[in-house]
Design a binder for this molecule. Structure first.
Ligand SMILES: NC(=O)c1ccc[n+]([C@@H]2O[C@H](COP(=O)([O-])OP(=O)(O)OC[C@H]3O[C@@H](n4cnc5c(N)ncnc54)[C@H](O)[C@@H]3O)[C@@H](O)[C@H]2O)c1
Length: 415
């Protein structure tokens, strides 16, 4: 996937062309030559039933095999730094025992040479400031023993801007792993709360976004209230609460469950269905309804479609036999929904549309004047704003031009 951050090609040029110190390989034996291995391989949560994240689990077999390969090759002095978001307990209960097992098979004395394992998690934000979000940001870390902690501190200090963003050391890898999953769960619960209140606001004629602005004026306690939208996507918030909930029983044998965490994932996963309810309030029958979905990635001005809420939206619209076309300026292909050909030209999706959904707030849509959009449609479609993208003035213009207008959390604009 290409990056919209201009620093990315600069870094590739510096390391590949100038310094020639960047090498890519799929040869496992290279692990025997290195002092540090950064593990950032994917570890997914499986949610076997839609809207029932409580049934979610984590299949760690591929991750285990990746770690086993390391154990077969690394030198005892090599530090394994796990940056993958893992279920709490993974470094101590999965990584360490596998490395010990492989070291013993190789005749390495694990008392004299215990495996060196550390955990430090990514807080990377895709988009135009991708590199900055890694380098110039606070990092949390820990290790399974003092030597691992020391090596991890040294390594991170060499690659990150720790002068301005000092490292945060936690007591154990369990703590560091829990910190990552709790950090994302906090965000997930915060968003889930706003989604719930957005529905309430719609029922009682209130604009939730103006309410949110009012609440956020309380600096220091309430300024972090997030916003509702079509739903929540991406690789992290959709799985991390499930990883933690699974770890509780599966890795620690602990009782109970992380109910807020799980509830938030269920709210997120099912939220796109609310936009379909909004459409139904105008068009009770979706059969043959021509729907244009603007935006299929999960984030503004980013082309990442992983777990995009637009996928759920499109799938359920199609289940009800709506005729869906999708546009996204950043997405050429939609691997999670291959049967939909994502268009880069609005003129390929808007003509004859009965409904136009502003699903993602990409910048390109900001310059789209209502008159211009309606000319492309050649209809007076229902306009649905899922991301507080259209101002009241723009919505009024659509109304004046004969369109019905609706929006997630926008109870004030019924016409
Ligand atoms: N992308 C983000 O924005 C982001 C943000 C915060 C945290 N994270 C976390 O970072 C981790 C990685 O995320 P990502 O988005 O880069 O995932 P990704 O799926 O894009 O990348 C994982 C890579 O690991 C490779 N891989 C799998 N098994 C391997 C093995 N045994 N040996 C070597 N390589 C192997 C895969 O081929 C793939 O290229 C995840 O735990 C994620 O939750 C990601």
């Amino acid at each position: 996937m290409s990056s919209s951050d201009p620093e990315v090609p600069q870094i590739f040029h510096r390391t590949v062309v100038e310094k020639k110190n960047f090498r890519a390989t799929c040869e496992d034996s290279v692990y025997s030559l290195v002092d540090v291995v950064v593990v950032d391989i994917q570890l997914d949560a499986t949610k076997p039933a839609f809207g029932e994240a409580e049934k979610g689990y984590c299949d760690i077999s591929a991750f285990r095999e990746g770690i086993r390969t390391l154990g077969q090759y690394i030198q005892p002095h090599c530090m394994v730094l796990v940056e993958t978001t893992v279920p709490p307990g993974t470094c101590e209960k999965v990584v360490k025992p596998i490395l010990e097992e492989e070291f013993i098979k190789r005749g390495i004395d694990i008392v004299a040479n215990p495996p060196l394992v550390a955990h430090s998690y990514e807080r990377v934000m895709p988009g135009a400031r991708y590199v900055e979000s890694i380098r110039d940001f606070w990092r949390v870390f820990s290790g399974i023993n003092p030597k691992s902690i020391e090596l991890c501190r040294e390594f991170l200090s060499n690659v990150l801007n720790v002068k301005e963003f000092p490292l945060t050391q936690l007591d154990s890898t369990n703590a560091s792993e829990l910190s990552k999953t709790m950090e994302n769960t906090y965000r997930a619960v915060n968003i889930a709360l706003t989604l719930e209140w957005a529905k309430f606001a719609e029922q009682i004629g209130v604009d939730i976004f103006k309410v949110r602005d009012a609440i956020r004026k309380r600096q220091g306690t309430h300024d972090n209230l997030l916003r509702p939208s079509l739903g929540v996507g991406g690789y992290c918030l959709t799985k991390d609460p499930v990883l933690a909930n699974w770890a509780m029983g599966a890795l620690f044998g602990a009782q109970g469950s992380l109910d807020f965490a799980i509830r938030s994932v269920n709210v997120h996963d099912t939220m796109p269905l609310h936009t379909i309810e909004i459409i139904r309030s105008v068009f009770p029958n979706l059969h043959n309804l021509k729907v244009a979905v603007l935006g299929v990635s999960y984030l503004e001005d980013v082309g990442d479609t992983r777990h995009s809420p637009s996928k759920t939206l499109v799938e359920f619209l199609r289940k009800d036999l709506a005729l869906v076309k999708a546009h996204d300026p950043y997405v050429e292909a939609w691997p999670e929904l291959e049967e939909i050909q994502v268009q880069s030209e609005l003129t390929n999706v808007l003509p004859e549309a009965d409904v136009v959904i502003f699903a993602v707030g990409h910048s390109q849509y900001k310059t789209l004047e209502p008159k211009q959009l309606l000319e492309m449609c050649n209809t007076k479609p229902l306009i649905v704003d899922c991301s507080n993208f259209l101002s009241d003035a723009t919505l009024d213009t659509y109304k004046a031009l004969g369109c019905k207008v609706r929006g997630v959390g926008k109870g004030h604009i019924v016409n």
